[in-house]
Design a protein around this ligand. Structure first.
Ligand code: DC
Length: 210
């Protein structure tokens, strides 16, 4: 099996930026698995259904097309909430599992998400659990949204509350909850910028592979 690096952690911990840079450094394909759940959530909303409806969500997952992942409306508060809601349904997770595994078969991959090290690739040789304090993560997400000059952008407190609710929902679900694998290496990015997080992660990955 070619190299798989599994990266899990709560919202806005810096997983995506880190995963992309690790993928480039190791010349591996990168998959943002959150996008899959976001795209399913969007399809459910488009159909006028409720993301909490297991049947509607399972149908949307079964119909997912590659073009759904390229949509420009997969970010933002509504997409966040819909993704977390559809991700709680076992049938949705089952429908997305083969795609995630197949993605890494030929050339290996860096994947980021919530259950990569526990469910999707429990045998991955390198697993990182990337986290940061809730306040630091909320501040990052809030700055991101504020920089998009959206007049309807939420307050920092509202961003933090929505993020905490989403993390709680992702961690509390029965199927493939957000949690670190027993053999995951922890990386706390609270006081690290993107360069420092990358340098620390590179050292951890190299030590693990040595
Ligand atoms: O990583 P993200 O914030 O884009 O993920 C959006 C939602 O998708 C997240 O709240 C929970 C769900 N998700 C999941 O359940 N499992 C994954 N591997 C990735 C994301």
């Amino acid at each position: 099996m070619p190299l798989v690096i599994a990266i899990d952690g709560p919202a806005a911990a810096g997983k995506g930026t880190l995963a992309r840079r690790l993928a480039a450094a190791f010349a591996l394909p990168y998959l943002d698995t959150g996008l899959l759940y976001r795209a399913v959530g969007r399809r459910v909303l488009d159909a006028g259904a409720d993301p909490a409806d297991a049947t509607a969500a399972a149908e949307a997952a079964a119909r997912l097309q590659p073009a759904d992942l390229a949509r420009d409306d997969l970010r933002g508060p509504a997409a966040d909430a819909a993704a977390s809601a559809v991700a709680a349904h076992p049938a949705v997770r089952a429908a997305l599992l083969a795609f995630q595994r197949d993605f890494a078969t030929a050339r290996g991959a860096v994947l980021d998400g919530r259950d990569i090290g526990t469910v999707v690739f429990p045998e991955a040789p390198v697993k990182l659990f990337v986290t940061a304090s809730e306040a630091a993560r909320a501040a990052r997400r809030w700055r991101e949204q504020a920089s998009q000059q959206d007049a309807s952008a939420a307050s920092l407190a509202a961003v933090q509350a929505a993020m905490a609710a989403r993390d709680a929902q992702d961690a509390a679900r029965a199927t493939a909850p957000l949690r670190p694998a027993a053999d995951a290496l922890w990386l706390d990015t609270t006081t690290l910028d993107a360069d420092a997080a990358f340098a620390t992660a590179m050292a951890m990955v190299r030590a693990k592979l040595a």
